[in-house]
Design a binder for this molecule. Structure first.
Ligand code: FAE
Length: 550
């Protein structure tokens, strides 16, 4: 039985079972949340990262990157008594700018918004056909729009990785889809233990549906529901890591506005439980975890005396290298994100630094089938000028059409009469990272035309809704007369795939003591937004590694 079918919904068209959380995970999250949240009462902002790493230092465990995979590894290793140093190329994001805020607003990008660019590259590049991008000072800002031949890959930069910039949508895949997501992993263990553990650790909670039904900031989502259901599509709520009580206080005017001020892709100043407030706060509280921001790992080589020699460039906020440091580590965890980990491993293999890595390195990369679009609603169907930047729902046509569409906000502060969607689709294409020796860089062979299957799958939802509602696609959001945002992804996955480039727990083939523990392990598609799966897989793998390798 399809638990998300409209006939199973309550009088308001939604049922508790309508949440996409997977069997057991919502109960697990609720059951464990109390346990976990006591710890979250701790520091709202990570305690100072500790002294930066010094040349010549030796560390038992070095972690490259501070996103989901890296933060899980740091916490669990520290709890097991292992001293950890995390190396992060982005900033600490713990100091307010001259406006008193740590993060810039989505509608007013400034020097803090982009990673080492002199002009913004906003995912939504146009409005009413007019270009939105503008010049900004070059700075080690929070959002990297990394350009490869056929695709721009958006990634978070800073202590907390992608958790700093994402929409907080915390989705556990439907269990029936899990076999295609991670074929070599025991689903019973994931849904029984690791998804609940990840949801608890991340502070995932469902939105209060009674409040949602009348909150002005979710009018856009209610319009999305109405249109989905009138066309016969299951509309599903998804949990989030945002603090809903804070959002209610934002609405009441008793707390500073963040989600309701449209903050999201350049950071949330309040309310979102990014990794600095959850895993990293707990990791730092053990006293065993140090973090070096504005430090970039450039090489990991076997050391003559055992372990690994790690080369690290310290950079300033213009991206200029100010020092090159060499340290040694017994174990190195690659947690630089799908792109960061893949780029490092492909280069280190091709240049003979880690020649024993196998031929799966760099392969199996996908963009989670991401494609964006907007629909133009009738004037009598406004989506609201106040839109919470935290999405709460999606349209599930995965089984029938290969698309799960997030009902996304368009937080412009004005009435746009637009419905906006980020679709995750079952795009079959996979790309490969390779080393271009002449150019001295790693390249990705993704082709622009490979997005066509994603567009076709998204159209299974939106062509039908447009026909039913008598509406059309917006053509002004991604250029002048361009319907599809098919040039980008928010969800890079793969490049060092589990059970191929590594063993079934992330140990890199060819080198003992080298591990991959981030989104690079997932072979290109998670069927939903990926960070809960990345976190749960990291929880699974680090438990095994601690039990058997240390
Ligand atoms: P990630 O979080 O990317 O962390 C890697 C870290 O490594 C980064 O901090 C890098 O700066 C750092 N790094 C890279 N190279 C180096 C190096 N050489 N030396 C030192 N440090 C390095 O990896 N997912 C969801 O599930 N729900 C959402 O609502 C959602 N919304 C998103 C919105 C946006 C705008 C974006 C960009 C992403 C969104 N995502 C969402 C995706 C999610 O954030 C992403 O899958 C995870 O952050 C990936 O986690 P990893 O641990 O793999």
């Amino acid at each position: 039985m399809d638990t998300n079918s409209p006939r199973n919904h309550g009088s308001n068209g939604i049922s508790r079972r309508g949440f996409i959380t997977g069997t057991g995970s919502i109960l697990g999250a609720v059951a464990l949340a109390g346990h976990g949240s006591a710890a979250y009462a701790g520091p709202a902002v990570i305690p100072a990262a500790g002294p930066a790493i010094d040349s010549g230092e030796h560390v038992p465990a070095l972690i490259v990157g501070t996103g989901y995979g890296g933060s899980v590894a740091a916490l669990r290793l520290a709890q097991a008594g292992v001293d950890v140093h995390m190396i992060e190329m982005g900033m600490a994001w713990d100091t307010p700018g001259s406006d008193g805020k740590i993060f810039a607003n989505t509608t007013k990008p400034d020097y803090r918004s982009f990673w080492l660019r002199t002009r913004t590259k906003q995912p939504l590049s146009n409005f009413l056909g007019f270009p939105l991008d503008k010049d900004v000072p070059r700075y080690t800002g929070i959002l990297d729009a990394e350009e490869f031949g056929g695709i721009t890959v958006y990634q978070g930069r800073g202590v907390g990785g992608g958790s700093l910039v994402n929409g907080g949508m915390a989705v556990t895949p439907k269990r029936e889809n899990f076999g295609a997501v991670l074929p070599s992993v025991n689903a019973d263990e994931m849904y029984g233990t690791y998804y609940p553990r990840a949801n608890a650790g991340l502070g995932v909670t469902p939105v209060d549906q009674a409040w949602w039904e009348s909150a002005p900031c979710y009018q856009y989502a209610r319009v999305g529901r109405k249109h989905a259901q009138r066309s016969g599509f299951p509309f599903v709520f998804v949990p989030n890591v945002y603090d809903w009580d804070h959002m209610k206080r934002e609405e009441a005017g008793t707390a500073p506005k963040s989600a309701l001020a449209g903050e999201v892709i350049y950071g949330n100043n309040h309310g979102k439980k990014h990794m600095q407030k959850t895993y990293l706060a707990l990791a730092r509280a053990t006293g065993r975890v140090a973090i070096s921001p504005l430090h970039k790992v450039t090489s990991v080589a076997p050391a003559a005396a055992g372990g690994y020699t790690v080369t690290i460039e310290q950079i300033d906020t213009t991206g200029t290298t100010t020092a090159v440091k060499t340290v040694t580590a017994d174990r190195v965890f690659f947690a630089a994100g799908s792109v960061g980990t893949s780029k490092l491993l492909v280069r280190l293999k091709a240049t003979g630094v880690l020649p024993g890595l196998n031929n799966e390195i760099g392969k199996g990369w996908g963009e989670n089938g991401n494609v964006m679009c907007g629909r133009a609603n009738h004037m009598w169907d406004p989506t609201g000028k106040l839109q919470s930047a935290m999405p709460t729902a999606g349209i599930d046509n995965w089984a029938a059409g290969g698309a799960f569409a997030e009902v996304a906000p368009l937080p412009t502060g004005i009435e746009t009469y637009a419905s906006f969607y980020l679709s995750i689709t079952r795009n079959p294409h996979r790309a490969e990272f390779t080393w271009n020796a002449a150019a001295g860089r790693v390249e990705l062979n993704w082709q622009t035309a490979w997005k066509q299957p994603s567009i076709d799958m998204a159209k299974t939802i939106f062509d039908k809704i447009n026909a039913k509602e008598g509406t059309i696609y917006r053509t002004d959001l991604f250029g002048a007369y361009k319907i599809w945002g098919d040039h980008l992804t928010y969800h890079p996955l793969g490049g060092a795939v589990l059970d191929k480039a590594t063993d079934n727990h992330g140990r890199l083939h060819g080198y003992s003591g080298l591990y991959v523990i981030d989104g690079a392990l997932i072979p290109g598609n998670a069927s939903v937004n990926p960070f809960v799966t990345i976190t749960a897989l990291a929880e699974r793998n680090i438990e095994k590694i601690i039990a058997t390798d240390l």
